[in-house]
Design a protein around this ligand. Structure first.
Ligand code: COS
Length: 390
């Protein structure tokens, strides 16, 4: 945390404080740079192995299946993302995909699915992925057209999923498909092994801050009924409840990026000589620092409020998670942009960590529900309180 006193906030207990300290120690020793050369797939596979060997992935699954804590602890997940994100955006990515891809199994999976996947997610032996978006169903997730039809022994899946992080390197995908022929009309969730005949990675592309991502095509992909995740027709809720957990953590990762930028920005302010003093002597710089520090503290409070509500109040946190995601990512974008400005030319020089942060933050305002979707979610949840719908 940029402000060490943040760990004294009542959202945390001593185990969180210890986790925070241990994680910083490990990250300082093991994550040396946020700039990576060479194959991004290979680096992600290495990072998953490192995170698995160190025991950090054990926070992605419940204790019964190799985890540290009885269930998914949102505050720990957020602390992990914030800290990893501070040192290396790709390490944060490698970590969270294990959680996002396996979260639906932890939350809704049968004993069979939990035993089959979760211990390997926790050890880093299996890589997970979450396949919800489609070419024509991004923000409007319910518009998906991938279809799973009943067969004698299970389901046959046909359709296309895109923007799927870990495409090509995942061992399994949590997939959402329409099952209108099923007992209940709607969407159903499945776990599909990467080597299932009929499942192919048909495209790979690069983002401005690269990570493994691509398109999956399902062609008469047959899976047994034991790979169904949760009840038939209840898949949309599976997806949304998983996002309720992980959306707050996107805000946490953004916070880690913003803290890394601010650290470098402050360093620059006190060391950069200009106009007979330092950059930080200028009141216009101090105004920027004042705004950035306040936004970081505000994002911290929103992220850990959402995480605490889920962990302690054990209530649906759709609204507070949306606020944490929206404010965390939007404020981080503003902070990073300002810190690029404080760095002058260096801030846009390829290979400089500020330039990397500038590229890394952008996707977080889009994935797991764009800012505009969070605005809709917050508004709807708030209006429900007036109509008595909750
Ligand atoms: N938890 C549990 N159930 C939820 C839920 C949540 N957080 N959010 C919605 N639901 C339920 C609703 O209660 C509703 O159930 P009933 O039909 O039983 O009433 C059902 O799901 C449909 O909800 P809603 O009508 O709100 O769905 P919409 O299609 O109108 O839109 C949004 C929902 C826009 C919020 C959703 O599509 C969304 O989050 N989109 C962004 C998707 C996303 O994040 N994509 C990125 C993929 S991961 S990188």
């Amino acid at each position: 945390m940029f402000n060490p006193d943040s760990m004294l906030l009542p959202f945390f207990d001593d185990a969180h404080r210890q986790l925070h300290e241990d994680l910083h120690t490990w990250s300082r020793a093991n994550l040396h740079s946020r700039i990576h050369e060479g194959s991004v797939d290979k680096r992600c596979q290495e990072l998953v192995k490192m995170l698995g060997d160190a025991g950090w992935l054990r926070y992605c699954v419940p204790a019964e299946y190799g985890g540290v804590l009885p269930g998914l602890d949102s505050r720990s997940l957020c602390l992990l993302r914030q800290t990893l994100g501070y040192y290396d955006g790709l390490a944060d990515f490698a970590f969270v995909l294990q959680g996002l891809g396996s979260g639906p199994i932890s939350l809704f999976g049968s004993e069979h699915l939990k035993q089959k996947y979760l211990p390997h997610v926790a050890s880093g032996k299996m890589l997970a992925a979450f396949a919800l978006s489609e070419p024509n169903a991004g923000s409007d997730a319910a518009a998906m057209t991938t279809r799973a039809t009943r067969t004698k022994d299970g389901y046959r899946i046909n359709g296309v999923k895109t923007w799927i992080s870990n495409a090509d390197i995942a061992d399994f995908y949590t997939v959402f498909a329409r099952t209108e022929n099923d007992e209940v009309d709607g969407v159903t969730a499945f776990v599909v092994d990467a080597n299932t005949p009929g499942l192919q990675v048909t495209d790979r592309f690069n983002l401005c801050a690269p990570h493994p991502i691509g398109t999956l095509t399902f062609t008469d992909c047959e899976i047994p009924v034991s790979q169904r995740l949760g009840e038939p027709g209840k898949g949309f809720k599976v997806a949304m409840q998983n996002l309720d957990v992980f959306r707050a953590s996107v805000g946490a990762a953004a916070l880690g990026f913003a803290e890394a930028a601010l650290d470098m920005g402050i360093d620059r302010c006190v060391n950069r000589q200009m106009f007979g003093g330092t950059l930080g002597d200028l009141q216009i710089t101090q105004a920027a620092i004042g705004d950035m520090c306040t936004e970081i503290d505000a994002a911290t409070l929103l992220v850990y409020r959402a995480a605490w509500e889920r962990d302690i109040l054990q209530k649906r946190t759709t609204r507070s998670a949306a606020m944490a995601k929206m404010f965390g990512t939007e404020s981080a974008q503003r902070i990073i942009d300002r810190c690029v400005q404080l760095h002058g030319g260096l801030g846009v020089k390829q290979g400089h960590p500020m330039e990397m942060l500038y590229r890394e933050i952008r996707a977080l305002r889009i994935y797991e529900g764009a800012t505009e979707i969070q605005q809709v979610v917050i508004a709807r949840e708030t209006m429900k309180t007036k109509t008595g719908a909750i």
